[in-house]
Design a protein around this ligand. Structure first.
Ligand SMILES: Cc1cc2nc3c(=O)[nH]c(=O)nc-3n(C[C@H](O)[C@H](O)[C@H](O)COP(=O)(O)OP(=O)(O)OC[C@H]3O[C@@H](n4cnc5c(N)ncnc54)[C@H](O)[C@@H]3O)c2cc1C
Ligand code: SF4
Length: 330
């Protein structure tokens, strides 16, 4: 491991100013992703700015019924919060389906959203990777790409975003509160992560040095009927091979409102707007859910080893929405 300096800022403004002044600095939260990547030589910051002592660790119920989640709230604390369990079960489920108990005790809200891809070639400094070193090529494009993208990839990168939390937040229309050198700003979760395009090394729309300070959830009564389904190779301690976050609100049999997002299919959490359009205003049935998933996946371009992700995503859409519909009817 290369030597690095460590700094604990007194407040948010100081943290952002230090990052602005130090081109090789990085924020350190739980360290569960960053420190691993430093050990592998994938990331080489020369200064770590520890944000975990900043006063960003509260979960606040807002007067309009929404929720503000501080950036350093640990994943385990967030999953256990009574307001999350009651009003946004999809969020609690996504958090509990991620990583392991020990990791969730350290991992933070902000760090989870900005964790890097699990593409194995990205993590191996001996392999070509445009994301790690722009212009070197993409070993995954014609290599082992079973776990990688089927939607919205580019010839330069076919990686997926690994966060389960981000998929749930995409379905909930979350807003990310950030602090840039110029001051605070709100970024819709749907606009936080980028498609790979010509610049896979740029994973978010944030300027370098931007600090995530909180995530805000709008009041969404329908989200009380929500859940997250994750398919993975092991029952715990494994990233998604496919996942769906779903909110379903029925008026009798008719879909009054629905929110759907997919994980493990693209470079960013994938909000399934087309599927939602197909479902909204129609009597719910498993057949309708299957048609909605097919509409969403119509432009998918599977790679050599991951064609199975299309039927898998379709199947988890049908099963998850059908269970939510049965729950709403009973
Ligand atoms: C074995 C293993 C299994 C895992 N399984 C899963 C899984 O199934 N699902 C899943 O979703 N995740 C999984 N994870 C990933 C884990 O959830 C992330 O590593 C964790 O959420 C990252 O949070 P952190 O606070 O530790 O971030 P760190 O590692 O500290 O930081 C991650 C990145 O975010 C930046 N950062 C951190 N906080 C901020 C902030 N407030 N503002 C701006 N930038 C910031 C850092 O500079 C760094 O680039 C797994 C990890 C491991 C090691
Ligand atoms: S898919 Fe992306 S992250 Fe993986 S090797 Fe290719 S460029 Fe790198």
């Amino acid at each position: 491991m290369r030597p690095f300096r460590y700094h604990r800022p007194a407040d948010v403004a100081e943290a952002v100013a230090v990052l602005a002044a130090e081109p090789e600095a990085a924020y350190l939260a739980g360290g569960t992703n960053l420190v691993d990547l430093m050990k592998l030589g994938v990331q080489r910051p020369d200064l770590l700015v520890d944000v975990t002592r900043l006063p960003l660790d509260a979960v606040e119920e807002l007067p309009d019924g929404g929720l503000r989640i501080g950036a350093t709230v640990r994943n385990s604390d967030l999953a256990a919060h009574p307001a999350v369990r009651r009003d946004y079960p999809v969020l609690a489920r996504a958090l509990l389906d991620a990583a392991s108990g020990q990791l969730r005790n350290l991992a933070t809200t902000g760090g989870n959203l900005l964790q890097r891809t699990r593409c194995v070639y990205f993590q191996d400094t001996g392999k070509a990777c445009n994301k790690r070193e722009p212009g070197t090529g993409c070993a995954a494009r014609h290599g082992q790409n079973r776990d990688l993208a089927v939607l919205d990839w580019s010839d330069l990168c076919v990686a997926t975003h690994p966060s389960d939390l981000a998929v749930a937040l995409a379905a909930l229309d979350a807003v990310v509160e950030v602090h840039e050198p110029d001051g605070p700003r709100d970024v819709p979760l749907a606009a936080l992560h980028r498609s790979p395009g010509e610049h896979p090394e740029r994973e978010t729309t944030l300027e370098r040095g931007t600090l995530i300070t909180a995530v805000r959830l709008p009041a969404l009564p329908a989200a009380r009927h929500s859940t997250y389904r994750k398919v993975r190779d092991r029952a715990s301690f494994a990233f998604a091979v496919g996942s769906v976050a779903a909110v379903l609100d029925l008026d009798g049999d008719v879909v009054r409102d629905v929110r759907l997002a997919y994980g493990a299919v693209a470079h960013r959490p994938w909000r399934a707007y087309r599927a939602e359009e197909e479902l909204r205003g129609r009597p719910f049935s498993p057949e309708l859910a299957a048609r909605a998933a097919d509409a969403e996946l119509a432009e998918a371009r599977p790679l050599r080893h991951n064609g199975f992700k299309l039927p898998l995503t379709r199947a988890i859409t049908v099963r998850t929405l059908t269970e939510l519909a049965e729950g709403a009817r009973s």
